[in-house]
Design a protein around this ligand. Structure first.
Ligand SMILES: Nc1ncnc2c1ncn2[C@@H]1O[C@H](COP(=O)(O)OP(=O)(O)O)[C@@H](O)[C@H]1O
Ligand SMILES: [Mg+2]
Length: 357
């Protein structure tokens, strides 16, 4: 359209000049030639700009969503901040990586992830809005956008958290897990980057559990070919000894171990086992005693430390048997009331950090 209008305007100018201005035939000829070249060049540029502009818009549009910027990515996908084109509501779109999109196993995992997440409705679990396929064949799902920071970013930027805040956040994760475990779903990839301390419903430090990419049903077997993916995709730093050993029948106590490892990280700024290689970390989960968090960072209360170390017991039988019991034990810690919604609001007001890469 723009190209056409530009072409028309310049053509009119040429005709006008030729008719009214030049009298010398050579100059008229030159004038006409120069202007024809300008017309052609302008038309080509305008056409190209229109074409590439349209392509760029198409690339940033995904169904009813408009992609704004990349906010994360990990093993399997890329996550973008997006907006519903009509509702104008911000949301997060997770796209399966293009190199994985052609792999039917990766797609099956992606579909399982979104379906399982969609069965959950706890307020501390990320909410799924939609699932779709882009014209270029990429699969994506849409979820609520969680402004805030992952627990990994929080500790990275501000150091270990005060014990009361750790209890405040982890009790919420326990509640999210209670719903999942209640219907037989084991998350299997609990780690600080999979929990966001979000601003939701006018409140801060609302813990949101996400990334059910490795989720497994306790009793239903996985489709063939999907069984060994846990080790390939998950990080060993927060993995239970039984999951690290490749045990396919891990139950909720495996998630409880990982949650203990996350608690250790939040309290000390370090995961329970730091070793030179992934294999050495896995071996340490299986064999090495945990250095009590209070020896890494003095001042961690004894009662909370006991809870964390019980989560990190090597044998599942020595851990809390479910997240309900763990949540109650956290609630009984003396530091429990040291952090609440008001503290959270004040902290976010003071630091007002922004998320994302
Ligand atoms: N709903 C969301 N709102 C805001 N940020 C998100 C959301 N989902 C994911 N992220 C960001 O993207 C990162 C990767 O998302 P995740 O689902 O964990 O993907 P992966 O499977 O690649 O690890 C997260 O650690 C977080 O920083
Ligand atoms: Mg993740």
């Amino acid at each position: 359209m723009i190209a056409l209008m530009t072409g028309l305007v310049i053509t009119a100018v040429i005709v006008w000049r030729l008719v009214h201005l030049e009298t010398d035939p050579v100059l008229r000829y030159l004038d006409a030639l120069v202007l024809v070249v300008i017309v052609l060049a302008t038309t080509v540029v305008a056409w190209a700009a229109g074409r590439f502009g349209r392509k760029a818009t198409e690339a940033r549009a995904l169904g009813s969503y408009h992609l704004l910027r990349r906010i994360g990515g990990g093993g399997m996908g890329e996550v973008y901040l997006a907006e519903h084109r009509f509702l104008k509501r911000p949301c997060a779109v997770k796209l399966i990586r293009p190199e994985s999109a052609g792999d039917p196993r990766a797609r099956a995992r992606f579909e399982r992830e979104v379906r399982m997440t969609a069965t959950l409705s706890h307020p501390n679990t990320v909410e799924v809005y939609d699932y779709g396929r882009a014209p270029n064949g990429a699969y994506y799902y849409v979820m609520e956008y969680l402004p805030g920071l992952t627990l990994e970013d929080l500790v990275d930027r501000y150091g270990a958290l005060p014990p009361g805040r750790v209890v405040y956040l982890l009790r919420q994760v326990c509640l999210a897990l209670r719903e999942a475990h209640g219907i037989g779903l084991i998350h299997r990839d609990l780690k600080p980057s999979n929990v966001i301390a979000a601003h939701r419903g006018g409140a801060d430090d609302v813990a949101k559990l996400l990334d059910f990419g490795l989720v497994r049903h306790l009793t239903k077997p996985l489709a063939t070919g999907l069984t060994a993916d846990g080790l390939a995709v998950g990080t060993p730093l927060y993995m239970s000894p039984e999951q690290a050993a490749g045990d396919l029948r891990v139950d909720e106590r495996s998630d409880i171990y990982s949650l203990g490892a996350v608690a250790y990280y939040l309290l000390t700024g370090r995961p329970p086992f730091e070793r030179a290689s992934a294999t050495a970390v896995l071996a340490a989960h299986a064999r090495d005693p945990v250095v009590p968090p209070s020896l890494v960072l003095p001042g961690i209360p004894e009662d909370l430390e006991r809870v964390v170390l019980r989560c990190l017991a090597k044998s599942p039988a020595d851990r809390f048997s479910d997240t309900e019991r763990l949540e109650r034990a956290l609630g009984r810690c003396a530091c429990e009331g040291d952090w609440d919604a008001d503290h959270a609001a004040r902290w976010w007001r003071e630091f007002s950090p922004t998320a994302g890469p």
